[in-house]
Design a protein around this ligand. Structure first.
Ligand SMILES: [Zn+2]
Length: 374
């Protein structure tokens, strides 16, 4: 006798992730596991009619910046609306734990500049009910979400927490700083951090134009942190580099990986001025992988330059507060992520919808707390 499945998804177009053609089939699930794919005869306790729809495994998005959104919303949108079932946050060295009360604004400005998440949204939304990274994890563990989330320890937050102003202005870490960062990194893994992230790209700046605190962090600092994390449990070191300095920075990161045995995840991007350099980068990575290093290289399917190249975003705007960059050259274009004028355009273009739950003084709508337009 056939047992009754908990759930049968009927007649969907199956994309099973193996790369083959789509095919129509039923999927039976019992006890949280797929028990049958094909023509399922048994009726499920629950049935979903998926005819005309795509049925696929959930995506695991290893590079997101939901560090703020998870503190005010249980809907991890738009990812959860687009097939992602697990999101890993805390990438690029930016996030909100650990953080002293006096540095709340500093980390918000950094997230605003690096990831284009507006300061009014972050300031209104983050409750700051934690100081340490374990406190942040503990606090999040009491919340529920419409998908699974995982967190990494962000280097910028850790550096500012331990070194204060020296960390923010990118001073070299002392041996005592390294010791403290390593100890806190170990605590982070014990509390559930999946890894540690850092950034060495000039594109990552605060909303006032300062470089990210981790830009020139030394090999000793990175080795101390990655070593401590991987010493506690399995970890991963996620990082982003500029292609213009990849010849210096990548070998250093590989040495860190080799010394600490910590797996690394390097977000590879293409450089405007050297469109083929990514091939050399991949050769270096493949050589390191052949030596036994554990390396993965996520790539974005649309490069950020898609935005930079929007004609409407190129002219330098009068209200632009980002520092002019000579390398942006000819037109004096300010089209970086840090251009307030550029970023404020799409925000203002979103009309405040009826029922928006943001404070009435806020011009922002369609944010995480915004009521649906319908
Ligand atoms: Zn990122």
């Amino acid at each position: 006798m056939t047992s009754t499945p908990d759930l049968v998804i009927r007649g969907g177009n199956i994309a099973d992730g193996k790369g083959g053609d789509l095919y129509e089939a039923d999927v039976a699930i019992t006890g949280g596991k797929i028990t049958e794919v094909g023509k399922v005869a048994a009726k499920g306790k629950e049935e979903i009619d998926a005819r005309g729809k795509l049925v696929a495994p959930g995506f695991v998005d290893v590079h997101t910046h939901y560090d703020g959104q998870v503190t005010w919303s249980q809907d991890i949108t738009p990812s959860s609306q687009n097939g992602v079932t697990t999101a890993i946050m805390g990438n690029c060295g930016v996030g909100f734990a650990p953080c002293r009360p006096s540095d709340h604004g500093r980390l918000i400005q950094l997230m605003e500049g690096v990831e284009d998440i507006p300061e009014p949204v972050l300031s209104a939304g983050i409750p700051w009910a934690w100081e340490s990274f374990p406190d942040y994890m503990e606090w999040l563990s009491k919340r529920s979400f419409d998908m699974d989330i995982g967190a990494q320890l962000p280097h910028a937050a850790l550096r500012v927490y331990v070194m204060g102003e020296r960390g923010a202005r990118r001073d070299p870490a002392t041996p005592e700083d390294n010791k403290q960062m390593a100890a806190l990194a170990g605590d982070a893994v014990r509390s559930g951090a999946l890894g540690f992230s850092t950034s060495r790209t000039l594109n990552h700046r605060t909303s006032t134009g300062d470089y990210t605190p981790t830009l020139k962090a030394g090999e000793d600092e990175l080795t101390a942190i990655a070593g401590a994390m991987h010493g506690v449990g399995r970890s991963v070191l996620q990082f982003v580099l500029d292609q213009s300095t990849v010849h210096e920075d990548l070998p250093m990161m590989l040495r860190v990986a080799e010394t600490t045995k910590c797996p690394i995840s390097f977000s590879v991007a293409q450089a405007d001025k050297a469109p083929r350099r990514w091939r050399q980068t991949m050769d270096t990575i493949n050589e390191a992988a052949a030596r036994g290093l554990s390396i993965t290289t996520p790539v974005s399917y649309t490069h950020l330059d898609v935005y930079k190249r929007q004609p409407s975003m190129r002219p330098r705007r009068a209200a632009c507060r980002s520092r002019p960059r000579s390398r942006r050259g000819r037109s004096g274009c300010c089209s970086g992520w840090n251009c307030r004028a550029t970023r404020s355009r799409p925000i203002r273009a979103i009309a405040r919808s009826p029922g928006c739950r943001w404070p009435s003084g806020s011009s922002i709508c369609a944010g995480p707390r915004c009521a649906p337009r319908s």
